[in-house]
Design a protein around this ligand. Structure first.
Ligand code: DLL
Length: 432
């Protein structure tokens, strides 16, 4: 099976345009008639649902931000009554109140289609066993891929996260073909395999579907090495749908967006004006196929670019490039914008271990960025002089690539915390 839904995944642009236009019009009426928050916004702007005649009119619509969900906590933006809701999820968020999201039966079905498309794009087949180590619960990762696996007709192994040695045991004994978890947890599982003296080549595992946090191309290579698999990216966010909003194919040059359900735009985060394809900016989604929580022009805060270049896999769906990170994760160090993913890129391009932590402090009104990186066992047993030389080399590369200096500290192997879900890479101690 090459595609899960070829009629959509390889549809002509004309067909998609017509489909998106029809769905947008329907959803705009739904929002206007059923979500008082949107009716008020439309009225304030002097906008009527009939002003939206095609998908090209999307820029006439107002934006929605996470704070709007918080202000209407928990169910204020829902367009259906509670009798129509099949499931509730929530994202904890790092600051403030959590955001509550809901799905009807149809919404879950469409979200599962996205996750099933992702599995097939990663080479998944009906007779595969899929080991799911994303957390099950209010987080959308576990259940999202679980339903996607079932939608495909494959077999789900709902392991959830944690107890890593047991995960390895299950991978071995249950003979899974595909694993799904965060990229940082995939690295941790790989490390545990090594500790347990298990050669990854002895496992039938072929592919992994990793997302929920930003990860670099170098991290991909590391994971592919330690688990002896092909590593695919998957993107999603609870507010729109969990994993499967976008997914990578064998070309691995970006993630195809399920634009038949989630219409993407990239805008300049300051002016909110659309930017051309290929230009990085903030990703914005309009749900054109959702019943419970049909968000209009939702600002994701994720920084990426779109490309409509022909993909060798045959899919015609637009692709988003690997997100650089979130605008709210971006660190401003002495005025310079730094994304944790750039730091990761520098560390891994120098052949260092992928376990690191960034600690930011403010000393005498000056920002100090310290990057702690674990040494390999070999480097750790090397001379102090060599370790110091390595630190100096990384420091130089950080300065050149990031344009800001960092204190680089090589630390003992296995001394930094490991994560079973989304990794905590940054500790910002500045009180600002
Ligand atoms: O992380 C859903 C998900 C689960 C996606 C499993 C993929 C796999 P939230 O917890 O609401 O939902 O977090 C959404 O995570 O806005 C991005 O900042 C980040 N994110 C998700 N996937 C990727 C990715 C899930 N592939 C937020 N690359 C999003 C980079 C990602 N960042």
């Amino acid at each position: 099976m090459k595609y899960f839904q070829p009629e959509i995944e390889t549809a002509s642009r004309e067909y998609l345009h017509a489909l998106q236009s029809a769905r947008l019009i329907k959803m705009v009426y739904n929002c206007y008639n059923n979500v008082p928050f949107y009716k008020k916004k439309f009225d304030e702007m002097g906008l009527l649902p009939q002003d939206i005649k095609s998908i090209d009119d999307i820029t006439k619509l107002p934006f929605t931000v996470k704070q709007d969900l918080r202000d209407n906590y928990p169910y204020g933006l829902f367009a259906v009554g509670r009798d129509k809701l099949k499931r509730i999820h929530a994202s904890s968020g790092t600051t403030g109140k959590q955001t509550v999201v809901g799905y009807t039966e149809g919404d879950i079905d469409r979200w599962s289609q996205g996750a099933a498309r992702a599995l097939v794009a990663a080479g998944g087949k009906k007779d595969d066993y899929v080991h799911i180590s994303y957390g099950y619960g209010l987080f959308t990762g576990g259940l999202g891929l679980h339903y996607g696996t079932e939608k495909l007709g494959a077999t789900a192994i709902p392991v959830s996260s944690g107890n890593t040695k047991r995960q390895v045991q299950i991978l071995q004994d249950f003979q899974s073909d595909i694993i799904c978890c965060t990229p940082s947890y995939a690295m941790f599982i790989g490390e545990t395999l090594k500790e347990m003296n298990i050669d990854p080549k002895t496992l039938p595992l072929r592919a992994g579907i990793f997302g929920a946090e930003a990860w670099s191309e170098n991290m991909r290579k590391e994971i592919e090495k330690v688990l002896d698999i092909k590593a695919y990216d998957i993107y999603g966010l609870s507010e729109i749908a969990g994993p499967g909003v976008a997914y990578e194919c064998e070309e691995q040059t970006g993630m195809h967006i399920c634009e038949d359900y989630f219409y993407p735009e990239i805008v300049d985060p300051d002016t909110l004006e659309p930017v051309p394809d290929g230009t990085y900016g903030e990703l914005v989604f309009t749900c054109i196929g959702k019943e419970a929580l049909p968000l209009i022009r939702y600002r994701t805060r994720d920084i990426t670019a779109l490309t409509r270049e022909k993909c060798s896999c045959g899919r015609t769906l637009v692709k988003m490039l690997k997100p650089r990170g979130r605008s709210d994760d971006m660190l401003i160090i002495r005025g310079v914008n730094v994304f944790p993913a750039q730091v990761e890129h520098v560390i891994l391009s120098l052949g260092m271990e992928p376990n690191y932590q960034i600690i930011v402090d403010r000393v005498n009104n000056l920002d100090i960025m310290k990057v702690c990186i674990e040494m390999s066992d070999e480097l750790f047993s090397d001379s102090v002089r060599h370790i110091e030389e390595t630190e100096a080399k990384i420091k130089g590369a950080m300065q050149t690539t990031l344009g800001v200096s960092a204190v680089v500290k090589l630390v003992e192997p296995h001394s930094l915390p490991r994560s079973e879900g989304k990794a905590v890479r940054v500790i910002d101690n500045r009180k600002i």
